[in-house]
Write a protein that binds this ligand. Structure first.
Ligand code: EPS
Length: 384
């Protein structure tokens, strides 16, 4: 079993993360983790906090000489902003004026009632998307593990506000997407997205959008049809839905598929030089809860951020009087960052399933099992 967990408040001392069940012998590229963290901090529409932070990972356990030991891997990312708010946020002595006017759309209200917090800060500190920095760090380790099996995971932005990118069959290279201010593969739409974000900012408003993640090199049979919680599509949907602001997840042609007849909905089999191939990928690479060997294609759609500089109506929970929602520093649009977090969540979903299928206490053992499985797949129906 490969599992992970994170902890950390947005303005606490640090974010921490543990990934347990990684085989020994995986060479971890720490520079690549920091590159992903920098990418998550970027994108047009980010706010003032990103000028304060320079997210960098520290490895605390589970590695020696850059190679995993098979023991739990522990990571740390410090919050630079903690030093600016230490009297408020110190884990032992922190206190201050409470925040009492919940933002519609944020965790503030439900969390305050659930945990019986008088100060909404006690909810919003963990609910903040700051927490996704650690998901990205752990996800990068998971990506490096998947890469050993020849799997690559790539995200890009397909919509911001009402601006929708042109669909592409083949994604441009990684550097091209990284060079886009909004991580969009369509330069014309990307420029329109930047303008739209500037307009929203000037209006004191925020924007949502959508991103897509594609996984190439998937072997057949990751996930299973055995139980609801073992289905790959269900697991990916849950993982992407767990990202703050995501309200809908789609696999393949998911959202439009209900409008098509069966003969337009599926991916016919063909034989090409004796190999079974598919002439389309409407299923997004998943059939019956299992990967089918085609690229995985998932999309997530996000609502606009709930911290508005021109706030919506709210109620002061302390005085029970009408009052505008609390204004705190935030982003105008975080969809480019969300696409990086989406890649991480896909990696963190797939890595445990690879570990389950191929096992191995060491990477060498995992690769032996993988090679045997790939060779066996060439002999269909052998088990019968
Ligand atoms: C974020 C850090 C936060 C916000 C944002 C994302 O920092 P701060 O609250 O200090 O500005 O910028 O979080 C939210 C949008 C939110 O609603 O909580 C980050 O590191 O991604």
């Amino acid at each position: 079993m490969m599992t992970y967990a994170t902890a950390g408040e947005s303005h606490g001392p640090a974010l921490v993360g543990i990934i347990d069940g990684l085989p020994a012998g995986l060479r971890v590229d720490v520079a690549a983790i920091n590159t992903a963290l920098a990418a998550r901090q970027g994108g047009h529409g980010r706010g003032g906090r990103m000028k304060i932070e320079k997210d960098e990972v520290e490895i605390l356990a589970g590695m020696r000489g850059g190679i995993t030991l098979g023991s739990p891997l522990a990571l740390l990312i410090r919050n630079r902003d903690f030093e600016n708010v230490r009297p408020l946020m110190d884990p032992l002595t922190g206190s201050g004026e409470p925040i009492t006017r919940p933002r519609p759309g944020h965790a503030d209200y439900a969390g305050a009632l659930k945990y019986r917090h008088r100060d909404l800060r006690n909810v919003l500190e963990r609910a903040s998307a700051r927490e996704t920095a650690m998901r990205v760090a752990l996800g990068e380790v998971a990506r490096q593990y998947l890469a050993v099996f020849g799997v690559t995971v790539r995200g890009h932005v397909i919509q911001i506000g009402e601006v929708v990118a042109r669909e592409t069959r083949d994604l441009p290279d990684t550097d091209y997407i990284a060079a886009s201010a909004v991580r969009c593969a369509d330069p014309k739409a990307g420029a329109a997205m930047v303008r739209r974000i500037d307009e929203a900012k000037a209006a004191g408003d925020t924007l949502g959008g959508a991103f897509e993640v594609r996984v190439m090199g998937m072997p057949v049979g990751i996930g299973s049809n055995r139980q609801p919680e073992t289905r790959l599509d269900a697991l990916l949907a849950a993982a992407l839905m767990s990202i703050q602001t995501v309200k809908a997840v789609e696999v393949g042609e998911g959202i439009v598929t209900g409008g098509y007849v069966g003969s337009r909905s599926h991916d016919p089999f063909e034989l090409q030089d004796g190999a079974v191939v598919r002439s389309s990928n409407r299923a997004g690479g998943i059939e019956g809860g299992m990967s089918n060997g085609s690229p995985l294609i998932v999309r997530a759609r996000s609502k606009a951020l709930s911290t508005l500089q021109k706030p919506l109506g709210s109620v002061d929970l302390e005085t029970a009087t009408a009052a505008p929602a609390t204004i705190v520093r935030s982003d105008v649009c975080a969809i480019p960052a969300a696409s990086i977090v989406g890649e991480a969540m896909v990696c963190l979903t797939l890595a445990p399933l690879f570990a389950q299928k191929y096992g191995g206490d060491s990477m060498a053992e995992a690769l032996e099992h993988f090679a045997a499985s790939q060779a066996g797949a060439a002999h269909l129906f052998e088990s019968e």
